[in-house]
Design a protein around this ligand. Structure first.
Ligand code: MN
Length: 249
């Protein structure tokens, strides 16, 4: 099994390094990851400048670009032969509910999927037990080695921040939802200019049974199959009716 491993926290983040060590025991792994933290970069591509890469002494490839750049370049050029699967993570912090829209971790997996490969995004609901998430990811990958999953979907995996013996099992979930984020942090630089920081994500809103929030909260590994088609099919008729009274000219 040939795995392209990327992330959005940057190549030196503990999550990606711990995961690489764990999955190298049974797979060929090529790390292609951003040279810095790109959390919240979503599916951004670098189009207006060249993307510089650096091959590190240990074989990892550091990219001055986004997570999506990393997977695009990794699959199409840097990893020869091409990988069998794209894995992204382990992210420091959860990617639950609406987080998947902003997440560079999920975006890296999404790019793998766009390029026709199975893809896994893995996040830890905290920053302590990366080893737990590494074991879980290894188990999932071993499972895929034995029996490929033919859903054609991205798997968004969120692992509770607990020791492995306290993990209760897996739950297949749907995305919950957060309240809107509304905090803006304003500071001043030493020259008196205003600086703004985007605040933390909103609190969980829809976190009922069946959601990713609920599973992780209860000590289960949440696995949400994701698709990219955001079309609200149910709204198409309503919009058609409404458009009948809107003039084109
Ligand atoms: Mn991140």
């Amino acid at each position: 099994m040939r795995i392209l491993l990327s992330n959005d926290d940057g190549i030196s983040a503990p999550g990606i390094q711990i995961l690489a060590e764990s999955i190298r025991q049974f797979a060929q792994v090529q790390i292609v990851a951003p040279d810095r933290n790109c959390s919240g970069s979503s599916n951004a591509l670098t189009l207006e400048m060249p993307v510089k890469i650096q091959r590190l002494g240990n074989g990892d490839i550091s990219v001055r670009g986004t997570p999506t750049d990393c997977v695009y370049l990794g699959v199409n050029s840097l990893m020869v032969p091409r990988p069998d699967i794209v894995v992204s993570g382990i992210n420091a912090g959860p990617n639950l509910g609406d987080d998947v829209i902003y997440s560079g971790t999920v975006a890296a997996a999404m790019e793998g999927r766009h390029l026709g490969l199975p893809a896994l995004a893995v996040s830890l609901n905290g920053e302590r037990h990366f080893d737990t998430a590494a074991i879980i990811t290894s188990q999932l990958l071993r499972g895929l080695q034995q029996e490929p999953l033919r859903t054609g979907r991205i798997l968004n995996v969120n692992v509770p921040d607990l020791p492995i013996e306290e993990i209760k099992g897996f739950k297949v979930t749907r995305c919950g939802r957060r309240h809107p984020a509304d905090r803006v942090i304003c500071q001043q630089d030493p020259r008196g200019n205003d600086l703004y920081w985007i605040g933390p994500p909103g609190d969980k809103d829809d976190f009922g049974e069946g959601t990713d929030f609920a599973a992780v909260e209860q000590g289960y590994v949440s696995i949400t199959p994701l698709q990219v088609d955001l079309t609200a099919y149910a709204a198409q008729d309503v919009i058609n009716q409404w458009l009948s009274q809107v003039k084109v000219t």
